[in-house]
Design a protein around this ligand. Structure first.
Ligand code: SF4
Length: 327
């Protein structure tokens, strides 16, 4: 393998292994959403992807094809049921696919085997991986500070919080540069005045395909002070053992793991209202039934389909939800 090789991946997995091997891990979702996402979805449809399949899957497909990734790590269990078929269409194009699975039953033994297999494929020792993990954990500690600046000091907007946490899935491919920029951001944010807003919101679910939902909430005097899944991507657990770290990651396992994390954070962060975001055609919409059932706060389910700005109907629903909170 060439040391400059980029390794695309479909959701957070032990990127420590990829960094240890000297390659650049690239979260395909982040590339898709920041580079003409509408065009990428259309491109996948022209290539035969059905209209009623999640836009993120179509976006990742086109992102991979356009960027000539030679290695793709497909998280085939614990992320998305569509990933299997995505991987098949990529295999058909001659791409090298490495599957990774989070065990359905959260078995530490199986997860350990999966990580060891990755280490073998990438030709790295476990101690090399732990060394990378210790460096990344130093940055993750700073992301915890950024999160505190959001929900304790009220100095960071929901969008800024989203962007930093979501980007930590791959540290933008360069942890050193990421850390310098993060240090600068934290320094700047610490010197800000606290934001003034009426309502503290939680954003649950996969990151939004809407580009302006956080800005719209701020316009409505509401700030998101808890980004659930983005925070999970930032791995704030700081477990010494890498297996324990990826067992604490709630996203790939049963929704009940998510529920206990969410309940804890809603109370810690004194949340007033919850937006539970669901993506059109996503199997995780079913999890939303249980999330809503187990949250004792007002919850608004917001569904996104295509990338772009909020549509008028969704804006109106958010506005009515905030009116209801005011009353
Ligand atoms: S939003 Fe749902 S359907 Fe779409 S890629 Fe993510 S898990 Fe899969």
């Amino acid at each position: 393998m060439n040391s400059k090789k980029k390794v695309g991946f479909t959701t957070s997995f032990p990127v420590e292994v990829v960094f240890a091997a000297g390659y650049v891990p690239v979260d395909l979702n982040n590339i898709f959403i920041n580079n003409d996402p509408v065009g990428l979805v259309e491109q996948a449809e022209v290539n035969g992807y059905p209209r009623n399949i999640c836009a993120w899957i179509k976006g990742m497909y086109s992102t991979i094809i356009n960027n000539n990734f030679e290695i793709i790590v497909g998280i085939v269990q614990g992320d998305c049921s569509n990933t299997h078929s995505l991987m098949s269409t990529l295999h058909d194009k001659g791409l090298e696919i490495i599957p990774f699975s989070f065990p359905y039953d959260k078995s530490g033994k199986e997860l350990k085997c999966g990580i060891e297999k990755l280490e073998e494929i990438f030709g790295v020792s476990h101690s090399m991986v732990l060394e990378v993990k210790s460096n990344l954990d130093r940055i993750r500690r700073k992301l915890i500070r950024l999160d505190e600046l959001t929900y304790i000091d009220n100095k960071v907007t929901g969008f800024e919080n989203h962007l930093w946490l979501v980007s930590s899935s791959d540290f933008n491919g360069d942890p050193h540069k990421f850390e310098i920029e993060l240090d600068d951001f934290i320094r700047e944010a610490e010197n800000r005045k606290s934001l003034k807003f009426n309502f503290r919101f939680a954003f649950l679910g996969v990151p939004p395909i809407f580009t302006d939902i956080y800005d719209y909430l701020l316009e409505m005097n509401s700030n998101v002070v808890f980004n659930e899944i983005q925070r999970q991507f930032s791995m704030p657990y700081l477990e010494p053992d890498i297996v324990d770290q990826y067992l604490k990651f709630t996203y790939p396992y049963s929704v009940f793991n998510r529920i206990s994390d969410v309940q804890q954070q809603l109370s810690l962060r004194k949340i007033d209202g919850v937006i539970s975001y669901v993506q059109s055609f996503c199997h995780r919409q079913i999890d939303n039934i249980l999330l809503k059932k187990n949250i004792n706060l007002p919850v608004l389910t917001v569904e996104g389909d295509q990338p772009g700005k909020l549509d008028a109907r969704t804006k109106l629903r958010i506005e009515s939800f905030i009116d209801m909170l005011e009353q």
